[in-house]
Ligand binder design. Structure first.
Ligand SMILES: Cc1cc2nc3c(=O)[nH]c(=O)nc-3n(C[C@H](O)[C@H](O)[C@H](O)COP(=O)(O)OP(=O)(O)OC[C@H]3O[C@@H](n4cnc5c(N)ncnc54)[C@H](O)[C@@H]3O)c2cc1C
Length: 515
């Protein structure tokens, strides 16, 4: 994919690739940006993608060293239909709209996507009494293809679910997709269309806030001028809103933990299994992943905004998740767990989808509280934000006829295409036959290919999310060092400087005094 935007990393180490280093704002040009998006989560990346269809000067920046490094990497990866959203809300409107576009979007972005359907089951009298309400809500949300099922019909669809099932609802269009490729694909296309991307740059101040141009102050001391600011910084959005005097709101991070089960468990469950949702959460789900595993979760644990333990996993919660999920699928107890993870929802006390245009000052938009559905809604939310910018902030939109809206066929991820089994390809490029990650069967060739992909990923986690090397049964025990060596050799970075997720997360300790 050809690239016309600029890409820089605020990675000052002398061994880091000079051509990617962010040294001075002169590298970005001297004209203020039309729009700067703070936060390269799935929502910020979707916005960059959609805005890149117009003739605009756009910057996407993030304090992390890859896209989708925060909430967007730790979710259930369900493309929701919106059947259980609060009726009449913006969230419901955006999810139902987005879900109908997802099959086409996934094809354009080359994101593996599967319409596996979801099965919601009632397993006691109290839940049974609520089932009709869930059905009515789905219809009121415009999700009219849901079907009521008897216990026999539910068991026929999923023979391994609990025999205690009393009734069920089938939601045929609930789907699963690759959450990592989504942020990557959005931003690769944005970059191709001329959007500039800056990694490792944290916004810590805003100066000269006037009607026209605002200056963002960054942690590396550089000032970036822009006409419009879109604050889509997720859990960091409140801190940024305080910098420009936005309307006050409160974020109470809500952690969700998950268990990952080995691949053979996927063959016994085909649908997403859902309990009856509560006021607070959708409950503990059993979810097939697009990668071929099952996951169970998430929990819903509330934290204060500055709690450093928020992203941890805990044995008590994981056990409780296993107990909860086993009520839907009792056999889960016998399936091997290969890993655990957690994600943190941006839960806004004032309500989900907290959007404010001209917040505090003309030309600033605050987007927060995108709590549980932002992966699904991202394309529709981006379009909504663009219409807000046009109508309320006076953004002039002129289509760019040269813009592309899709990635090339070669962008389908290797774990999906299985290049190691393509004899012709291996004959031509033997490195695609050299398997590095045995659990996921990922080849040396795929890792090299990704290091040279448009966003120039340079960390172990960035390569993991693109290739799945280190994500299999051994969780990187076997291949992590090999992957680190490939990054080191290919990018001329000493092995001791290879990091998990950016400076400060080096995998080899150079402090030997303790031994
Ligand atoms: C447990 C769980 C399960 C979920 N399941 C689903 C699901 O199945 N389906 C679904 O549709 N949604 C789901 N979600 C919700 C979805 O993951 C989120 O809505 C979405 O990822 C939010 O994306 P975002 O871009 O708003 O935020 P984020 O991904 O958090 O991105 C914000 C970015 O801002 C950056 N940032 C913050 N402060 C600054 C600063 N000062 N300067 C520069 N950058 C900054 C951060 O580094 C981060 O990259 C789930 C969420 C969780 C936690």
């Amino acid at each position: 994919m050809s690239v016309s935007g600029k890409l820089f990393y605020n990675w000052s180490d002398k061994d880091f690739d000079e051509s990617l280093k962010f040294i001075d704002t002169e590298q970005l040009g001297d004209i203020p940006y039309d729009v700067t998006i703070i936060g390269a989560g799935v929502v910020g990346c979707a916005l960059a993608y959609k805005l890149s269809m117009y003739k605009l000067r756009i910057l996407l920046l993030d304090k992390n060293y890859d896209v989708g490094e925060a909430t967007s990497k730790g979710n259930s990866a369900i493309v929701h239909t919106g059947f259980d959203a609060a009726v009449g809300t913006l969230e419901s409107e955006l999810i139902t709209k987005a879900s109908r576009h997802w099959p086409e979007l996934a094809k354009k972005l080359k994101i593996p996507y599967e319409e596996c359907g979801a099965l919601l089951i009632a397993i006691n009298d109290e839940q049974n009494s609520q089932l009709d309400k869930v059905y009515e809500k789905a219809l009121n949300n415009g999700v009219t293809d849901v079907q009521q099922l008897s216990a026999e019909q539910a068991l026929e669809l999923e023979p391994q679910i609990t025999k205690n099932v009393l009734r069920g609802i089938l939601i045929p269009r609930e789907s699963i997709a690759d959450p990592f490729s989504t942020s990557i694909a959005y931003s690769e296309i944005a970059l191709a269309n001329g959007v500039d991307i800056l990694f490792g740059v944290e916004v810590i101040g805003i100066e000269n806030v006037d009607e026209k141009v605002k200056s963002l102050i960054t942690n590396c001391g550089k000032k970036i001028d822009t006409r419009i600011i879109v604050n889509v910084a997720g859990l960091g959005s409140r801190k940024i809103a305080d910098l420009y005097g936005g309307e006050p709101f409160d974020i109470n991070p809500r952690r969700g933990q998950f268990l990952i089960f080995d691949k053979f468990s996927r063959s016994v469950i085909n649908h997403i299994l859902l309990p009856i949702p509560t006021e607070k959460t959708k409950g503990v789900l059993v979810i097939p992943t697009i990668f071929g595993n099952l996951i169970a979760g998430p929990s819903a644990e509330d934290f204060t905004n500055d709690d450093e333990t928020v992203a941890n996993t805990t044995i008590e919660q994981l056990q409780s998740l296993l107990n909860g999920a086993s009520k839907l699928y009792p056999g889960l107890n016998e399936q091997p767990v290969i890993g655990t993870f957690s994600g943190v929802r941006c839960n806004c006390k004032q309500g989900s989808y907290w959007l404010r245009s001209n917040d505090g000052h003309r030309g600033i938009i605050t987007v927060s509280g995108i709590r549980s559905t932002g992966f699904t809604s991202s394309p529709a939310l981006a379009e909504f934000l663009i219409s807000e910018m046009q109508e309320k902030l006076g953004l002039n939109l002129e289509l760019n006829p040269a813009a592309v809206d899709s990635r090339s066929e070669s962008s389908w991820p290797g774990w999906w295409k299985r290049p190691y089994s393509n004899n012709e390809l291996v004959k031509e490029s033997p490195e695609f036959g050299r398997v590095i990650c045995y659990c996921e069967q990922i080849s040396h060739g795929e890792i090299i290919q990704h290091l040279d992909s448009p966003l120039k990923p340079r960390t172990l986690d960035a390569i993991k999310r693109r290739t799945r090397a280190q994500m299999g049964r051994c969780q990187g025990f076997d291949c992590m060092v090999n992957v680190a060596e490939i990054i080191s050799n290919q990018c001329n970075i000493p092995l001791k400087k290879i990091t998990k997720r950016g400076p400060g997360s080096e995998i080899i300790s150079t402090n030997t005094s303790q031994y």
